[in-house]
Design a protein around this ligand. Sequence first.
Ligand code: BGC
Length: 758
Amino acid sequence: MKKQLLLILTVSLSAVAFAQTSKELKKHQFVSGLMAKLTLEEKLGQLNLPASSDFVTGAVSSSDIAEKVKAGKVGGVFNIRSVTKIKELQEFAVKNTRLHIPLLFGMDVIHGYRTIFPIPLGMSATWDMSLIEKSARIAASEASADGIQWTFSPMVDLTRDPRWGRVSEGNGEDAFLSSAIAKAMVHGYQGDDLSAPNTILSCVKHYALYGAAEGGRDYNTTDMSRVRMYNEYFPPYKAAVDAGVASVMVSFNEIDGVPASGNKWLVDDVLRKQWKFGGFVVSDYTGIPEMTNHGVGDYQTVNALSLNAGVDMDMVGEGFLTTLKKSMTEGKVTLAQINKACERILVAKYDLGLFDDPYRYCNEQRSATEVFTSANRAEARKIAAQSFVLLKNNNVLPIAAGKTIALVGPLANAKENMTGTWSVGADNTKSITLLKGLTDAVGTNGKVLYAKGSNLEDDAEMQNRQTMFGKDIPRDNRSAEELIKEALAVSANADVIVAAIGEGAESSGESASKSLIDIPEAQKRLLKALVATGKPVALVLFNGRPLTLNWEKENVPAILDVWFAGSEAGDAIADALLGKVNPSGKLSMSFPQSVGQIPLYYNHKNTGRPLTGKWFSKFQSNYIDVSNEPLYPFGYGLSYTQFEYGDIQLSSKQLKGNQKLTVSVNVKNTGSVTGKEVVQLYIRDVVGSITRPVQELKGFNKIELAAGESKNVSFEVTPELLKFYNGDLKYDWEAGDFEIMVGPNSKEVKKVKINWTK
Ligand code: BGC
C-alpha cells in the first residue's frame, strides 16, 4: 500500500517536474525565436523605459513616446493611470511595430492603487504578514484591472535615520521584520501565476543601501563595511529575491565609490551569482545618466558601465537606446550583453502572458467593477486600524459614547492629505477625512465640533513644500492667534479634545529630508494651548517618520500614531478612537529623543565602554546632554488592555548541533477588553568572531486574547536562525552562549541564557 502510494507520488511529482520543464522549454524556444528576428536597434528599444507625462515622479519626463513606440524604441512605459490610454498605447505598439511586441506597463503602486492602504512604515507597524500580503494582493488586482502589469514595490531599504524622508516608504530599521514583509508583498503582488490577469510583476528596490544616505539627505553618499551590508542591510532584498521577485531596481547612491546603477559587484556578483536572481534589473529614474554627476564618466561611458554591471532596463535615461550601439562597435559592451538584457525583458513579458494576449490586463469591465470597490475599501479600513500605534494613554482613549468631542487641527479635515506620499494611483478627493469619519461614527450618540486651530506651518513656503502632488491643505489666512482662539472656544464646549496634528503627506517621501523632526511650531503652539485647558486631550499624530515628541510625551495625556493611513483613514481612526478597534500596532523604527542621537537603533553593538551605570557616566559611551535611550523603542506600542508576560520556558538550556530549541512564554490579557499583542523574540550572540548586536529580532507572533484569556506562545530556534556573515563573509553560526529575550517590545524583555555547542 505504502509502496503504491510512493509510486503514485513519484510519478505525479515527476509529471509536475516534466510539465514545468516543458513549459520552460516552450518559453525558451519562443523567446530565442523572437530574439533571432530582432535587429540590434529593436533589442535596444526593449531596454528603454520612458515615463508617461500623465504624472511625473522625477526631475524630467520623456517626450515623443508614441513616435518612439512606433519606431520600436520602447520596451515599456510607466505611470499611465487609465486603462483606456494603456489599451490604446498597447494596441498602437502591437499594430505598428514590426514584430508586434507588447509593451510592459509599470507604475508606482506602493501602498495600494486606488484603494490606498497605510504608508509602508505604517503597514510594517501591523506586524501582520497576512494583512500585508492581502494589501499587496488587492493593490495588484486593482492595478491590473487598470492595465498595470508591474509595480515598483516593495521598497525594503533598511534605515536608521528618520531625517530621511523615504523612511515612510520602507519597513523601518530591522532586517528580520523587513525580510518577512518583503516576502509577503512579493507574494501578494505576484501570486503563484504571473500570467493570471490579476497578478503583476513586483520590483524590489532600491538595491542597495539607499536608506543609509549620509545625514539623512536624499540621494546622498553611502559608505559601509561589507559585514554590515551582508548582515544588516542586504537581507530584505535577498528575501525578496528568495521569494521569487521578478525584477530589481538599483538605487541612486554609490556603494564603495561606485554608483549602484553601474556597480558590477553589486548586480552581477551579489545579486545574480550569489543570490541566483534570474529576473531583470531596472535602473531608477535617470539613475544611469546621473552617474556622470557622480563623477564616473560621460554619458556614453556610464551607459556602458551600467549594462556591464548587469542592468537590463534604463528608466527615463534613454542612454541605452542612444549610446550602446556605438559602445558595442568600440568594444565597450558586447552583443551578448545586449542580448541577455533583452531576453530577460522578453521573458518577463512572456511570463505575464502578454504574447498570448497583449490586452490581458486591459479589461475595461474589470476596471469599472474591481477598482475602489466597497469590499476593498472595507479591507483597507480594517488594515489601516491595525497600523495605528498607541504611544501613550492616560485614560483618555477610547472615548466613551455620548461625549462631545472637539476635533481640532489642520489635519482633521484634510482630504487630500490622508493617503500620504506615493499614492499616485489614488483619487485623493475620495479619501475619508477624520472629521467625516468621526462625525459619521459618533452619529447621534454624542457630538463632534470642529476647528482648524492652525495652519500646517506658519511659513506658507514651508507648507507648500510639504503638500505638493495634489496633497493640498488650503491655508487659512487668519492669524495664528485667531485660529487658536477659535479652537479654544470650540474646545470649551467639549468633554474631550482630539488634536489632529503632525506632518503633511509630502513632508516625507522622496526628496523630503528634514534636519528637524519636531511637530511644526504652528501646530505645537496649538497643542500647548489645548493641553493648557486641562481637558483630556488625545493627540492623533499624522507622520511619515519617527518624530521627536519629548514635550508631547511628557504633557499630552494620549497619543495615537496613525501615520498616513490611506483612503479610508478617517473611518479607521474613528474606529480606534471610539474603541471599536483596539490599537495593536508596534513601532518598526525607534523614535529618538533628539536628532543628535541619530542613528539610533535597537540592535546596536555593545562597544568597549557601554553605559553600565546610570546616565551620565564619565568615560562610558553616552552623551552629556541626552541619554542613550529612544523616546519610544523599536517594537513598542500600547493597547486599551494590558498584557502580562510569564517567565521564559525553554526546552533545554544546553543544546548541541542541529537540535531545536523551543522558547515559550505565557501571555495573559489582564485588562477588560479583547486585544492583540505582538510577542517578540530577540537573541543576543554573546561572543563572536566579530562583534554582534546587543539583541536581534528573531521571531514575532501576533496573537489575540480576550479579556482574562492567556495563551502559550512558542518560538522554535534552530542554528539557521543564529547564522551571520563573519569577517570572511562566510555565513554560519558560532557555538557559545546566547541570551534569549522575549517581551512586548525591544526594551522590556525577560532574559535567559543558553549554551549551544557545535
Ligand atoms: C524613485 C523610485 C520610483 C521611480 C519611478 C524614482 O524617483 O526613486 O522609487 O519607483 O522614481 O517613479
